[in-house]
Ligand binder design. Sequence first.
Ligand code: ZN
Length: 148
Amino acid sequence: MLTETDKRLLRVAYDEAKAGFDEGGCPIGSVLARGGEIVSQGRNQRVQGGDPIAHGEMDALRKAGRQKTYRDTVLYTSLSPCMMCSGTIVQFGIPRVVIGDTQNFGGNEDFLRERGVEVAIANDPDCIALMQRFIEEKPELWAEDIAE
Ligand SMILES: [Zn+2]
C-alpha cells in the first residue's frame, strides 16, 4: 500500500516531527507532495509560534501557499489528522493522505474515507515511538493540543 516514495516522504514528515520535539513543541510533522516531489513541509507550531491552529498539516499547507489545485497532491502526516485538519483535507480536495501513526491518536480515518479520500496507514515505528515519548513526558501539552 505504501510505495518507496511514500516511505521517503513520510520520513521527512517524521524528521519535521522530531525537530518539533527537539524545540519543545508538539512533535507532529507533515509534507505536501506532488508527483513524489515535496511542495512544502511543516510541523506543529503550538509552542514555537504560539499558534493553536498551526497543526503540522496546517503549517505545511500554509507554507505551500496558493495552489491552483490539490487534486494531484498527497499529504503525509506523522500522526493521524484531527477533525480540523481532516476538514481541511476534504475542503481542499486532497485525494490521498498517508498517516504514520494512528495508535496514539486517530478516529477521523472513516470521515476521510467516506468523503472519497484514500487513507494509507503506515504504522511507522518511529512516528509511534516519538508520540508515545511526547505523551509520557508532556501530558499537559498533549492534552492542550487535542483540547482535552
Ligand atoms: Zn490537526
